[in-house]
Design a protein around this ligand. Structure first.
Ligand SMILES: C[S@@+](CC[C@H](N)C(=O)[O-])C[C@H]1O[C@@H](n2cnc3c(N)ncnc32)[C@H](O)[C@@H]1O
Length: 362
C-alpha cells in the first residue's frame, strides 16, 4: 500500500453519493449547534481582545451536499442574532472557508456557498482551502472559529505498525483475528493519538487568542474496551471476507486493505487534549447514535448506499472498480440477513458513541 489512500466521500448527487446519504451525520451536526452558538457569543464578547471587526471561520472536512455549509451557516446566523438583534450593533464582516481533501466534490460545494453570500448582515465572503487538516491550512493567528463534524475519526493513514509488518487489520480467521486484536487496536489508537495531537498543534497556531473550536467525531462508548474493531469498518471487512470466500477477491489483496478510521472513547479524547496542552475543554457531549443509525441503516438498500457513500473511493482505489457491483450485492445480502436474523436490540447493538467537544485556545 504505497500511495495515499483516497479517504474522501463519494462525489456527485447520485444514489450512492455522500450528498444523498448524510442524514445520519446531519443529525449530529444539529446537536452541535448549541456549542457553536455558545462559541460565537464567547468570541464576540471575549475580554481578551477587542471586539473583532472581521471574523474568519472554517469548517474542516466539509465534504459535499447539504452538510457542507450546515455548521458555518449556524455560526453566521449566531453572529447575526447576537450583534444585530441582541446588541443592535453592526456585525463584523465574516470570511467563511471550507476545507476538505483535494479530491472532494468541491464543484457541488461551491454552488452551495453562494447561499451564504446572500446575507448582507453580516457581510459574508467565502472560499475553499483544499488540503489535509493534518497540515497547515491557514496563516498563524488568523482564525476565530474552527468547526468540524464527523471527520476526525479518519486518520492521516493506516497505522504503519500494521502496514509495514503486513499484519492484516481484520484477519478472516476468527481465532487469529481475536489473538491479534490487541496489537491491531493499539496500532490504530497510537496513530489516532499522533494525528489528533498534530491537529490540535496546527489549529492552535492558526487560531487567534480567544479563538474557539467545536468538533465532533464518531467514537466508542467508554464502557467498551479498545479491543473492538470499529463498527462500520468491521462490517466492510466482513462483507469483503465473504467476497474472498466466494473467490471474487484475492486473499492477499484483502489482507493488505486497511480502513484508516479509529473510534476513540471520550476519555481518550480528553486525555489527548490535556496532554497536548493548547486548549481547554469548555464542554464535551457524548451521545448514543442508535436511533439516528437505525433510520439511516433501516433497509438493505439504504445500508448499501450509505456504506458506498463513505467507503467506495478507498475500496475502488485498492480493489478496482470491477468489484463494486459484487460488493453492493454482497453487502445487500449481508445486511438483509442481519436485519432478519436478529432482534431489533441485537441488530442495533454497537459500540458507537458520538463525541462532540467545544475547545478554547489557552
Ligand atoms: C463523513 S464526512 C463528514 C462531512 C461533513 N462534515 C458532515 O458532517 O457531514 C468526512 C469528511 O472528512 C474528510 N477528510 C478525511 N480526512 C481528511 C483530512 N485529512 N483532511 C481534510 N478532510 C478530510 C473526508 O474527505 C470527508 O469529506
Amino acid at each position: 500500500m504505497s500511495s495515499k489512500q483516497m479517504v474522501h466521500m463519494n462525489q456527485g448527487q447520485g444514489d450512492t453519493s455522500y450528498a444523498r446519504n448524510s442524514s445520519f451525520q446531519n443529525a449530529e451536526q444539529n446537536r452541535m449547534k448549541s456549542l457553536i452558538e455558545a462559541a460565537i457569543i464567547d468570541i464576540c464578547s471575549s475580554n481578551s481582545y477587542s471586539l473583532p471587526g472581521k471574523i474568519l471561520m472554517a469548517d474542516l472536512g466539509c465534504s459535499s451536499g447539504p452538510n457542507a455549509i450546515e455548521l458555518v451557516s449556524t455560526a453566521v446566523e449566531a453572529i447575526h442574532s447576537y450583534y444585530c438583534l441582541q446588541l443592535q450593533k453592526p456585525a463584523p464582516e465574516v470570511s467563511v472557508v471550507l476545507n476538505d481533501l483535494p479530491d472532494n466534490d468541491f464543484n457541488t460545494v461551491v454552488k452551495s456557498l453562494v447561499k451564504l453570500r446572500q446575507s448582507d448582515t453580516p457581510v459574508v465572503v467565502t472560499g475553499i482551502a483544499p488540503g489535509s487538516f493534518y497540515e497547515r491550512l491557514f496563516t498563524s493567528d488568523s482564525l476565530h472559529l474552527v468547526c468540524s463534524s464527523n471527520s476526525l475519526h479518519w486518520l492521516s493513514k493506516a497505522p504503519e505498525d500494521l502496514t509495514k509488518n503486513h499484519i492484516p487489520a481484520y484477519d478472516m480467521d476468527e481465532h487469529a483475528r481475536l489473538e491479534r486484536l490487541p496489537i491491531v487496536s493499539e496500532a490504530y489508537a497510537k496513530q489516532f493519538r499522533k494525528d489528533f495531537t498534530l491537529f490540535l498543534e496546527l489549529r492552535a497556531k492558526e487560531l487567534v487568542q480567544g479563538g474557539r473550536m467545536v468538533v465532533s467525531l464518531i467514537g466508542r462508548r467508554s464502557d467498551v474496551t479498545r479491543n473492538k474493531f470499529s463498527y462500520l469498518p468491521g462490517i466492510v471487512a466482513e462483507i469483503l471476507s465473504d467476497m474472498v470466500s466466494e473467490g471474487v477477491i484475492d486473499k492477499t489483496k484483502y489482507d493488505s486493505f486497511y480502513v484508516p478510521v479509529y473510534t476513540c472513547s471520550g476519555e481518550e479524547l480528553q486525555e489527548i487534549i490535556q496532554d497536548e496542552g493548547s486548549f481547554s475543554i469548555m464542554e464535551m457531549q457524548v451521545h448514543d447514535p442508535r436511533t439516528d443509525m437505525n433510520t439511516a441503516l433501516g433497509t438493505p438498500s439504504r445500508f448499501v448506499n450509505l456504506v458506498r457513500s463513505l467507503f467506495e473511493p478507498i475500496l475502488v482505489q485498492h480493489f478496482g472498480h470491477v468489484i463494486m457491483d459484487e460488493f453492493a450485492r454482497t453487502a445487500e445480502r449481508y445486511w438483509s440477513l442481519r436485519l432478519h436474523g436478529r432482534s431489533q436490540e441485537e441488530r442495533t447493538r454497537n459500540h458507537l458513541a458520538m463525541l462532540a467537544v467545544s475547545l478554547a485556545v489557552l
